[in-house]
Write a protein that binds this ligand. Structure first.
Ligand SMILES: Cc1cc2nc3c(=O)[nH]c(=O)nc-3n(C[C@H](O)[C@H](O)[C@H](O)COP(=O)(O)OP(=O)(O)OC[C@H]3O[C@@H](n4cnc5c(N)ncnc54)[C@H](O)[C@@H]3O)c2cc1C
Length: 503
């Protein structure tokens, strides 16, 4: 609740009483950030965490990658959408830069944090609630501070499940990119299963964005990240839930060839023929022990079994170090999958897309591994490579459910999203540069063999990757027009500098 004395500041017109930073252009970024925080604190005395306080430190380090540990001038912790609306107006009137954090799992430096600006976090906006609309459609409303594990825990009680991230602490920003979920083979990306976004626009208006209300903005938000609005509520469609089959299968290095076979088979056969299947084929190299393991979360959407179905039997046929497949709740699976994904390391990531191809899978992984082994025993160095299929059904679900920005509809081939992750205890410029140039070499190699697809998945992309152009020129042009319409002065381009930008 806002104390009554300050409520006058929280109306549109009242915000104009706040002093403008007329001389701000001449002050340093640090001073300007401090002035913006002073104004924000006057308007919201109990909702701004100041540098040096515990609340600030806790929130400022609540990121998966240490590359996101920046120094915001202060942290704004709204409790309701109206707070966000009033704050955006204040930021615009005073030319204050800001960043928006969901669950803090982007590895892109500055995507969800900022130096010398205001960081908005949703530590106090985490509500989750189930509803049914007038057409009898059931959905779950999620405030932007909730993480997917909380959403599963809540929905498990009602035996329903939304299309959202598979790892417990990952946040709602996922649903502004594309978003793989356990049920993606059946229902498409997370963005294709959003019913409504509540969003605060550049002028502070709080709007409901859906297929019937602002369909152009709705399409643009599905893939557009933080370029259009601050999203203050996500309504996600629900599917039948309850306990399902899932777990992780871990194998030693000598199973790599079988793992590559299975990854290909899953992509072009299992995921296509049976949309209740799901796997996240992953392989890791740990420099400390010079060890390779495959570690694949597997899943089947059946509520009456504790084993994978015959079509997924191959996953059992590897010699496993560990196999946790059993009947489990979504929340338990999301927790388990995240066990080795804690915060606090430096993370660099890149992704590109190819047409599914077994030989290319091997070429890419063995080159990545050879590079990792050439670096030597650097403390904490871990490579993670994931290979995730996009089936035609999955890519076309977007069009059937009202379109998205991703430019993938109409694709007839199975595509493979190739993810490359580098973890280090501490940032090492030489290694990071070498990783990035290796990535460029791998991508060019796939291109030269005619396998490269232009799509770059927002969720797994790294700094500098040209996401929006990868959606295709016409999609990019459409998004730019929508941006000009809803944000004519480019607030989300100028004042929100972090993340992938349209312009
Ligand atoms: C361990 C791990 C597991 C993952 N699992 C999956 C998975 O299962 N499926 C999948 O598709 N991806 C997955 N990802 C990738 C994930 O989708 C991205 O990292 C995504 O950015 C996470 O969203 P977030 O809210 O946690 O991130 P944040 O870093 O908080 O935000 C990411 C971007 O979204 C913007 N943003 C966030 N909230 C808002 C808002 N309310 N309004 C406007 N802009 C906003 C931020 O400004 C930022 O640019 C995973 C990543 C990790 C590290």
């Amino acid at each position: 609740m806002v104390p009554p004395i300050f409520s006058i500041f929280l109306t549109t017109s009242a915000l104009s009483f706040l002093p403008l930073l007329s001389s701000a252009q001449n002050t340093s970024a640090q001073q300007k950030g401090a002035q913006c925080c002073k104004l924000l604190t006057q308007a919201f005395p109990s909702k701004v965490a100041q540098n040096g306080t515990t609340a600030y430190t806790v929130d400022d380090t609540d990121f998966w990658s240490t590359s996101e540990w920046l120094s915001p001038s202060c942290i704004f912790q709204p409790t309701e959408s109206q707070d966000v609306s009033d704050a955006v107006k204040l930021f615009v009137e005073n030319d204050c830069e800001f960043a928006i954090r969901g669950g803090g799992h982007s590895a892109v430096p500055g995507a969800a944090n900022i130096d010398d600006g205001i960081l908005i976090t949703f530590a106090n906006m985490k509500n989750i609630s189930i509803h049914t609309d007038s057409q009898d459609v059931q959905y779950v409303s999620v405030q932007p501070g909730a993480v997917w594990g909380d959403v599963y825990t809540y929905c498990d009680q009602f035996a329903v499940v939304p299309m959202c991230g598979r790892y417990y602490p990952v946040g709602t920003g996922l649903a502004l990119g594309a978003g793989f979920s356990f049920l993606s083979n059946a229902n498409g990306f997370a963005v294709d299963n959003i019913k409504t976004y509540e969003a605060v626009l550049a002028n502070g208006a709080i709007v409901e964005v859906s297929q019937t209300n602002s369909p152009d903005l709705f399409r643009s938000l599905k893939g557009g990240g933080n370029n259009f609005a601050v999203v203050t509520r996500y309504d996600l469609l629900l599917y039948p839930g309850g306990p399902v089959v899932g777990g992780q299968i871990t194998t030693p290095e000598n199973q790599t060839e079988k793992w590559l076979d299975l990854t290909y088979d899953y992509s072009v056969r299992q995921a296509v023929l049976d949309v209740n299947t799901h796997a996240l084929p992953a392989i890791l190299y740990m420099a400390g022990t010079d060890e390779v393991i495959t570690n694949t979360p597997v899943y089947y959407n059946s509520h009456n079994s504790s084993v994978l179905p015959p079509i997924m039997a191959g996953w059992y046929n590897m010699t496993a170090l560990n196999d946790t497949v059993r009947q489990a709740s979504y929340a338990a699976l999301a927790l388990e999958f995240n066990e080795n994904q804690g915060d606090g390391q430096f993370q660099e990531q890149r992704t590109y897309t190819i047409t599914a191809n077994r030989e290319e899978y091997a070429r890419v992984w063995y080159s990545f591994l050879k590079w990792g082994r050439s670096i030597g025993n650097v403390t904490g160095l871990t490579l993670l490579h994931c290979n995730m299929p996009l089936t035609p059904r999955m890519m076309n679900a977007g069009v059937e459910k009202g379109s998205n920005s991703l430019g993938l509809a109409g694709t007839d081939d199975v595509l493979s999203i190739l993810y490359f992750g580098l973890s280090l205890d501490t940032y090492n410029e030489t290694i990071v540069n070498s990783f990035n140039s290796l990535f460029d070499t791998l991508q060019s190699g796939s291109k030269s063999r005619g396998l490269l697809n232009p799509y770059i998945m927002w969720n797994y992309a790294g700094l500098g990757q040209d996401i929006f152009l990868s959606y295709g020129q016409s999609s990019l042009n459409f998004m730019k027009e929508v941006s000009k319409q809803y944000d004519p002065t480019g607030v989300f381009q100028r004042l929100v500098p972090g993340g992938f930008k349209l312009f």
